[in-house]
Design a protein around this ligand. Structure first.
Ligand code: PLP
Length: 407
């Protein structure tokens, strides 16, 4: 683009947390809400698996298989610890991604005892659509509740005691959370209700954030928390036992004979009904490494959450003051969206990309809320990760300022 100076930015890879040395100083990736960059130890762990013990887990008695099992079980234990849950009460199952996990669990929940399925207006299609199909198939009413700017779900006056509530704990539009998660959990647990949370965005931006939420199942994305592409489900064992499994096969049974089969049911392997077939072993090995990396990383001496909050605050205050910009966020969060008067967000994303700045444009799989409720044009989303630096923020703002002045 001729209207830009060709001068290289001062973005320095020197103050990125270690693990992202492979980035060049001008690489400015701001699409972590889609998938985070993978730090070198995660890439190394995955490569090591391929080169040294490329076997399957859960079945093989040979040494390589045993090594896979150790990593997979270590990852399960670390995910429980990270979410503050005990192995007595909860199990962990690995999946393809959060969407697959949501569908797998939700569609196997029998309707008995459930009076309604409740979701919110801001949900990602990966929650919104399965909640529609579950409601239609089971002929159980579906309700869409409002959420305020802070993310609080409008439950006042709602009887949730037998409701199946499925909502996100961190929005992929503007990072809003679920401040009344405790109240929602208490309300559904008065009866036979359930709280399912879409935590796809949560751990990557706030590693300790699931602690204290009394969920029945949480659906997460490895690829949004520095791991390879994979997903996982943290599920209360009582819910696991309540499922009516129909998506089953290899790895889910203890015996099969003629027209009958017995599913694996022991506490050590009952998660298996959610893991039909071979898993992404390299992905899980990488996830195990990503959890360790997230626990150890201290960008600029800060916790991951505090570091991202600081970057977000710097970005938000400047963005808010720029002419023609309309922010979705009322407060700074590591995920921010906005539109610019008379400038198409898709074009803006292309202009930014020409300067090596990767941002997302569109409605981010939240059509109901953004297009139909809010009637908003496509937005530009900036989502931060631990590889981002203060220099990235400055460069983004400077390039954006030039584009907005020019068009
Ligand atoms: C809030 C939210 N929920 C669910 C998903 C789906 O995640 P996955 O890609 O792991 O299926 C996404 C993906 O962007 C998301 O942002």
């Amino acid at each position: 683009m001729s209207f830009f100076s060709t001068k290289k930015s001062p973005a320095s890879s020197g103050n990125r947390p270690s693990g992202f040395e492979y980035l060049s100083a001008n690489d400015c990736y701001m699409d972590t809400a889609c998938q985070s960059l993978r730090p070198q130890p995660v890439i190394d762990a995955e490569m090591e698996y391929y080169k040294q013990y490329n076997a399957c887990g859960g079945r093989a008695k040979h040494k390589w298989g045993q090594r896979v099992d150790e990593k997979v079980e270590a990852a399960r234990a670390k995910l429980l610890a990270l979410s503050g849950k005990s192995a007595n009460e909860y199990a962990v199952a690995f999946t393809l991604n959060a969407t697959y996990g949501i569908n797998l669990v939700l569609q196997q929940i029998p309707a008995g005892g459930i009076s309604s399925i409740v979701t919110s207006e801001t949900e990602h299609n990966s929650v919104f659509l399965p909640s529609i199909t579950w409601s239609r198939r089971n002929n159980v009413p579906r309700k869409i509740l409002k959420r305020d700017d802070n993310g609080t779900l409008a439950i006042t006056g709602e009887d949730l005691s037998n409701a199946l509530v499925i909502v996100s704990t961190l929005s992929n539009i503007d990072g809003r959370g679920l401040p009344n998660a405790k109240e929602i959990a208490a309300a559904v647990h008065k009866g036979s209700g359930l709280l399912l949370i879409d935590a796809a965005q949560h751990i990557g931006h706030d590693p300790q954030g699931l602690k204290g939420i009394d969920f029945d199942a949480a659906f997460c994305s490895g690829h949004k928390m520095y791991a390879p592409s994979c997903g996982f489900i943290i599920i209360r064992r009582t819910l696991l036992r309540r499922l009516e499994p129909f998506f089953i096969g290899g790895g889910t049974v203890s015996d099969v004979h003629g027209n009958d089969f017995t599913l694996l049911k022991g506490p050590v392997d009952e998660h298996s009904i959610l893991e039909p077939g071979l898993q992404s072993w390299a992905g899980i090995v990488g996830l195990n490494a990503a959890i360790d990396w997230l626990a150890a990383v201290k960008p600029m001496g800060k916790s991951p959450k505090a570091y991202e909050e600081e970057l977000a605050a710097a970005l938000f205050s400047k963005l808010k003051a720029m002419p023609r910009i309309h922010m979705m966020n009322s407060v700074p969060r590591p995920v921010m969206s906005f539109y610019v008067d008379n400038l198409d967000a898709h074009k803006l994303a292309i202009f930014l990309s020409e300067q090596q700045i990767m941002c997302r444009s569109g409605h981010f799989c939240c059509h109901h809320y953004l297009e139909h409720e809010r009637k908003l044009p496509p937005l530009l989303r900036v989502s931060l990760g631990l590889h981002n630096t203060a220099s990235d923020i400055e460069r983004f703002l400077s390039v954006l300022g030039t584009i907005v002045k020019t068009f």
